[in-house]
Ligand binder design. Structure first.
Ligand code: DC
Length: 648
């Protein structure tokens, strides 16, 4: 893979059943239990990715025998039966937090010397709380580089369990590691949780997997786990699809107004990240919980406040969805994700900001104030964080020029993410079967007219400027000196005026091609267009036009939202206000640049706040910022996107 993955917008709804790989969290817990167990276990549906390869290598170095079948995503593990001896080995956990934090408490229960280490990224993540807890149990651990960090030298002599206190405020992995190791400690272990516990569903997952391998975990109260000394038995386990990985596809359905089903997840799933679909539901998506599947169908995305303390791995996914929301989205309860693969809060803020999204950081999360008009492509830094790459790529489903740098970082948990996503690109509809409307909406000066006209030529389709229709009514009103505020008179005029739009615009038999663009008509037209009766009369005429011709490139303000909400291809063209003003200024001789700018502002306001069919980004529409692009470049990209939607 190259160093940059350029997203090509889908231009339509994502629909399908993605092939989501096995749960990383369940795989790494099950691999460790199977490796410690007596006998041979079979794990199917497991994840083969960097984080789980780290665990596989680690358990092999501890003496487990592994037979892997990568084709069928399964492994057979012959365990060591609790016989944990090693001499001067180094375990490289790569960048895997679970591998390192699950192994450390296990290693101290064995006999021998071992160094546990990892990538520079893992070296910078905290281990202090787990080290402190293990030292309190008498374990000999030495950090050879920096306190509280890898590498750690372990001189293992077994552990007398008793009682240990541990905080779950930074990472639940510290606690899960102690739980997984507890049966190996003489006398077992009682774990007392102090303070807040983040990601609690992962503790339930640990309990579940331990149960699968025959170990009982008692929980006398919310903050205590009691595990007796004992041994793991072998087991045959079916691993669920990874719920965090699935979140990207559910989000894609929400963003593109598509429909995605993931098989193998359900209400009783052992993974907390399935709760993400409840957030999508609150945002407006339709969620269907099957017996063994979850389906999400996208709709308009609302706003809201969401506490993701229990399923923070989906925070970045939610942040990307929020960029397309109708109102503010607050994500809270996730202060601790600053010490994940990267400082995820800072990363969200800086990368979404680049894409034109207003994001503010709070003490325990972010507030996203979306303004879809401002969305634009950007080169996304991924900070060696697989979740930055996967989540930010979702913006590229609808925003051209989203480039994901270092896309290979997805190998940590989902090596073929981009090809699985690509497989869900909507397939092209044969031209004969479609009313092939390319709906081009956008504010004045966004390049709409030039682009739509040229796109129609490029695609050999008819072109229709619906704005000219409203302008024609405005011209008729000016000619007949009808007061625009007299809405009844204007509506009556719309009913009777004879408008012909082709190369020229003819109003009541007189050429009005120039007149409709004049300052007077331009000034009047937003009032005319805001008149609901005028729209009621003109919109059906616009629909008839396209239906009779079998489709065409149709430009306006409400084509994707009102005139053809089912258009096969919807685009919202935008550009910076300054750029739009300059463009308009070059076209008009009778106004100063500042006058044009003020007029644009006023028209944006009227068009986007009017009660009837306000100018807004149609759900699912591609949002294309043309500020720094030539019309030719925009047309050629749009033509390519359209051809991916309509064939022939
Ligand atoms: O795109 P334009 O500037 O020629 O549009 C003229 C006016 O008509 C503008 O105020 C927006 C309005 N309009 C509309 O409300 N709906 C459309 N489909 C097209 C234009």
């Amino acid at each position: 893979m190259t160093d940059v993955h350029v997203m090509q917008p889908f231009g339509g709804p994502i629909v399908g059943v993605p092939d989501v790989p096995g749960s990383k969290s369940q795989t790494n817990r099950a691999l460790l239990c199977a490796a410690l167990a007596e006998g041979t276990s079979r794990l199917s549906g497991i994840l083969f990715a960097d984080d789980t390869e780290a665990m596989l290598e680690a358990v092999i170095s501890l003496g487990a025998e592994i037979e892997a079948d990568r084709e069928s995503a399964s492994v057979e593990v012959k365990g060591i039966g609790g016989d944990l001896r090693f001499q001067d080995i180094v375990i490289d956990c790569r960048s895997s937090g679970t591998t390192s934090r699950f192994l450390l408490p296990v290693l101290v229960a064995g006999k021998g010397n071992v160094v546990i280490d990892g990538s520079d990224q893992l070296r910078s993540r905290p281990f202090d709380e787990q080290i402190r807890a293990l030292r309190s149990l008498g374990c000999s651990l030495t950090e050879t580089r920096a306190p509280g960090e890898l590498p750690i030298e372990v001189v293992a002599e077994g552990v007398n369990g008793a009682r240990v206190e541990i905080s779950g405020a930074t990472s639940s992995q510290f606690i899960s590691g102690l739980m997984l190791a507890a049966p190996l400690y003489t006398g077992g272990l009682t774990i007392e949780l102090t303070g807040t516990v983040v990601s609690r569903p992962y503790l339930d997952l640990t309990v579940n997997v331990m149960n699968d391998f025959g170990v009982v975990v008692e929980q006398p109260d919310e903050s205590t786990y009691v595990i007796q000394q004992g041994s793991y038995g072998c087991a045959d386990i079916e691993i669920e699809p990874d719920a965090s990985a699935a979140s990207y596809f559910f989000a894609a359905a929400a963003i593109t107004q598509g429909k995605v089903k993931v098989d193998g997840l359900h209400r009783d799933s052992c993974q907390g990240d399935t709760q993400f679909v409840e957030v999508l539901e609150k945002l407006g998506a339709k969620v269907t919980w099957g017996k063994n599947s979850i389906e999400v169908q996208g709709d308009r995305i609302n706003g809201g406040t969401f506490d993701l303390q229990d399923f923070s791995d989906t925070a970045q996914t939610l942040a990307s969805v929020a960029a397309f929301a109708e109102s503010e989205v607050e994500i809270k309860g996730i202060g601790f994700i600053r010490v994940k693969e990267t400082d995820r809060i800072t990363a969200i803020v800086s990368e979404l900001t680049k894409c034109g999204v207003e994001v503010t950081e709070t003490s325990d999360g972010v507030i996203i104030k979306p303004d879809k008009w401002r969305l634009k492509g950007a080169s996304i830094e991924t900070y060696h964080d697989h979740r930055m790459a996967m989540s930010m790529s979702l913006l590229g489903l609808r925003v051209p020029h989203i480039e994901i740098t270092n896309p290979g970082c997805v190998a940590k948990t989902f090596p073929n993410f981009f090809s699985v996503l690509e497989k869900l690109r909507p397939s092209a509809v044969p031209l004969a079967e479609a009313v092939a409307v390319a709906a081009i909406d956008g504010p004045a000066g966004s390049g709409k007219s030039t682009v739509a006209r040229a796109l129609a030529v490029e695609l050999n389709l008819p072109h229709f400027d619906t704005g000219a229709m409203y302008r024609a009514v405005a011209v008729a009103a000016l000619r007949q000196q009808i007061d625009a505020s007299d809405s009844g008179a204007i509506a009556a005029l719309a009913e009777t005026v004879d408008i012909k739009i082709s190369e020229k615009t003819i109003v009541d038999g007189i050429d009005a091609t120039e007149e409709i663009r004049g300052a007077e008509a331009s000034h009047l037209v937003s009032v005319v267009a805001a008149n609901p009766d005028v729209r009621r009369i003109l919109v059906p005429r616009q629909r008839e036009w396209a239906t009779e011709l079998g489709g065409g490139v149709m430009e306006g303000r409400d084509i994707g939202t009102e005139v053809f909400p089912d258009a096969i291809f919807k685009v919202f063209l935008t550009a910076d206000l300054q750029v739009r003003a300059k463009r308009r200024f070059q076209e008009t001789a009778d106004q100063t640049l500042d006058d044009v700018l003020q007029d644009l502002k006023r028209r944006d306001h009227v068009d986007s706040t009017r009660d009837d069919s306000p100018l807004e980004v149609a759900p699912g529409a591609v949002i294309f910022d043309t500020s720094n692009m030539s019309a030719e470049a925009v047309v050629s990209e749009l033509a390519e996107m359209f051809r991916l939607r309509v064939e022939g």
